[in-house]
Ligand binder design. Sequence first.
Ligand SMILES: [Zn+2]
Length: 167
Amino acid sequence: MSLIDQALKANEQFARKYDPKLGGRPQPKIAIVTCMDPRLSDLEGILGLKTADMDVIRTGGPAVTDDVMGELVVSTRVLGSKEIMLLNHTGCGFTTFTDKELNEKLARETGDATPVPMRLFSFKDPEENTRAQIERVRSHPWIAKDVPVRGFIFDVDTGRLREVKHG
Ligand SMILES: [Zn+2]
């Protein structure tokens, strides 16, 4: 059975015990941008915050794209988040290639170069990446100045967070 079929089966059980009150209006308190990497999935465990309090925006890296900026604006301006956390990590898969390398490789392997250049947001240094993210979010005119924007690197070997200071 595929994992999706397995998940559909499990959802039938889940829905039987579902509390309809959970369908009420979301009231996030913090927006967190983090990587798609499964090692960053247990945010309740890593951060000790409640799932209901977190707007979690995930991209590879993570990359703070135009779309992510839009989501941060909505999270803080519409939904009520009061803080922004940029959560990077060590050992990211997006540091293992460059956009150019992967574009060339996939075009070669598939024999089809029509998607080139695909923007993949690869990077080399998580610290540098985090600083650039803080700068990008902090300087956005629609992110209120009283919303703290802080960046961190999660060490996948120790489970510890380290703050990256801007500037
Ligand atoms: Zn990653």
